[in-house]
Design a protein around this ligand. Structure first.
Ligand SMILES: Nc1nc2c(ncn2[C@@H]2O[C@H](COP(=O)(O)OP(=O)(O)OP(=O)(O)O)[C@@H](O)[C@H]2O)c(=O)[nH]1
Ligand SMILES: [Mg+2]
Length: 360
């Protein structure tokens, strides 16, 4: 899973990136954003992996991963920067599964004096308008080209489908209402998938609050969560937490009423937003977590492991993590008839442990 941290300048993106990854990238009030994004891959914490490792004692343990990309901020209302992302940044941000909008909700004398008092809702609007504008330019440029081809007589059904899709998207972006997503037919959706429009990506808002107001922003949160999914972070505080020993960090988190680390809270929110679930493969060689979409079938799960497994899929041997933990061993599950053989269309559930039988 890959997420992109984006937002207006000095909203605390790099601070949050550090909190998520435990890295120590320099942050500061004054400097302009740098052009190169910060990238890191971190493990997705899952206590079930630890328990499975205890049971199977594998040579290797592989967690699911969360890839974080921290981009330079864009200016309020566009400003002097023409494009919000450089071409290379745009290439990267398009690979994100979800965008996380980091929004300033902390006071800093210097930043307030330059950018004004924090105003979360207005900042979210600004970010979204910038994204819509970037997408609109892309949609209209492509639409013009497609129209031109059609006028010149290249009138293939594929091109017409694409034109209809682009016209719907351009008119949606022109209206500027992100809550009225364009209704595309499956064919239309397919025809424009390659453009990876930013505004069509799932989005999460991270409200980056002051340490002393964190947990007491109910009124503001209520207004933000009415329209957007998201979480509140105390960015600076959580960055400092990520540098402490776990027990020490826990004590501070309890004081603040923070139930889980920034990384765990973000992962959970992103899994929920994207409809992701985890399944496991186990054995003496490796215990491993895999991420798929809720509703994915056994053959999709096989494909997540390797395309050969999907191609040659015969059956999936399947039992649940919870059953394994309550009965203690695979043998006990077998005796109780709790190991099932499932076919291609079986909808995999969160916590399923699978072993794929396949033909090469
Ligand atoms: N009080 C407070 N200050 C914060 C918080 N998060 C970030 N800051 C401060 O805000 C300033 C900018 O933080 P960065 O993390 O560099 O912000 P950014 O969004 O990455 O900035 P650009 O990449 O330049 O757009 C720094 O001085 C941070 O110390 C926070 O949660 N609370
Ligand atoms: Mg930054």
């Amino acid at each position: 899973m890959k997420i992109g941290l984006i937002g207006l300048t000095k909203s605390g993106k790099t601070t949050i990136f550090n909190a998520l990854t435990g890295m120590d990238i320099a942050i500061d009030q004054y400097c302009a954003s740098k052009d190169e994004p910060n990238l890191a891959v971190v493990q997705v914490t899952d206590p079930r992996i630890g328990a499975l490792r205890g049971l199977y004692r594998p040579k290797k343990t592989t967690y699911a991963t969360l890839e974080c990309m921290d981009f330079g901020g864009f200016k309020h209302g566009g400003g002097e920067k023409k494009d919000i992302f450089s071409a290379s940044e745009l290439g990267l941000i398009k690979t994100a599964d979800a965008l996380t909008l980091v929004v300033r909700n902390f006071h800093d004398q210097y930043i307030d004096s330059i950018l004004g008092e924090p105003d979360a809702l207005s900042d979210i609007d600004t970010i979204l308008s910038e994204l819509m504008l970037a997408d609109l330019i892309l949609a209209e440029t492509r639409l013009e080209r497609v129209d031109h081809q059609i006028q010149r007589g290249v009138k293939t059904p594929a091109l017409e489908i694409e034109r209809d899709a682009l016209a719907k998207i351009a008119s949606f972006l022109d209206r500027g209402d992100l809550h009225a997503l364009p209704l595309l037919t499956p064919d239309e959706e397919k025809s424009v998938r390659g453009f990876r429009f930013l505004t069509l990506k799932p989005m999460l808002v991270i409200l980056n609050s002051d340490e002393d107001t964190f947990g007491r922003n109910a009124e503001l949160l209520g207004r933000v969560w009415k329209h957007y999914k998201g979480i509140e972070f105390a960015g600076q505080f959580e960055m400092e937490l990520s540098r402490l020993e776990e027990t020490e960090a826990r004590a501070f988190m309890e004081d603040m009423g923070i139930g889980a680390s920034a990384r765990d809270r973000l992962t959970l929110a992103a899994y929920d937003l994207l409809g992701y679930i985890s399944f496991f493969t186990v054995g003496p060689d490796e215990v491993r977590a895999w991420t798929i979409q809720r509703g994915d079938t056994a053959v999709d799960a096989a494909g997540a492991i390797h395309s050969d497994l999907a191609r040659g899929f015969i059956r999936a041997e399947c039992f649940s993590y919870d059953d394994l933990m309550s009965h203690g061993s695979e043998k006990a599950l077998k005796d109780k008839g709790l190991i099932r053989l499932e076919g291609r269309t079986y909808p995999v559930r969160d916590g399923d442990i699978l072993s794929i039988r396949f033909n090469t």
